[in-house]
Design a protein around this ligand. Sequence first.
Ligand SMILES: [Zn+2]
Length: 249
Amino acid sequence: MVAGFIEWDWERIEQVSLLAEGVRTEIDSPTVVVRLAAGQGRTWQKTRDRGWPVFLRTFLLRRTLRAGIPVVPVETSALVIESIVGDQITLRFVEDAEDFEFPLQSFLYRPKRDSSGAPRRLVHPRVADWLEANGPFGAGDCDQPHGLESPPDIGGFDEPRNSYRVIGVYDGGGGWNCGVFRPAGACRMRQVPDTKAFGKGAVIYPFCHVCRYILVNRIDPRQHPRLEKDYPEDCHENTVCEQVRPLRA
Ligand SMILES: [Zn+2]
């Protein structure tokens, strides 16, 4: 299993501004001028000064039909900010320019980066290494549905509070015991086989981080930085995170 092919391994997002109008990028033009929502231009000054990479993204996720190509958000490759005039920003493609259409509700974002400057992704690097070496969590047991699951011990990985929230690849999903995969050990989107949906004592799990990420991306991308503060792998015993807890009926 190769981490780059996990469908939900999107960038962690630290800064977002909505576009004030739609824009097209074109293969023949290495630069593109975008107009941000009122008052947002100045918030990108530091990103420009440091030369940090940024991206344009739509609110949609795209499923390509070519085998082996993951579901990716419709977004550009890396851009850098060339200049800022009021809320108008000139962006330059780091590599080749691409043809893309960014309608209203598209946004400019800056990913969280690791020490080498590469974007951090939703699957933690230690978890990605483990998955690449060992395959999906919980794989192999196809006789019965998987219940609440947590990842196994992963070397060099400081397991967070509520370890079932760790983003990875878990075996079992969509009514299948194995061979269909899901991103978290529990989620509101999953019927946990050993609890009755709304019976007394039932446990209702919150949306997993990947579901929340998709919802935020679609409904209000400006909330991405807030969601990032609740990245499960950073939520340890003594850190301040928004606390996501299961509900008991
Ligand atoms: Zn989910």
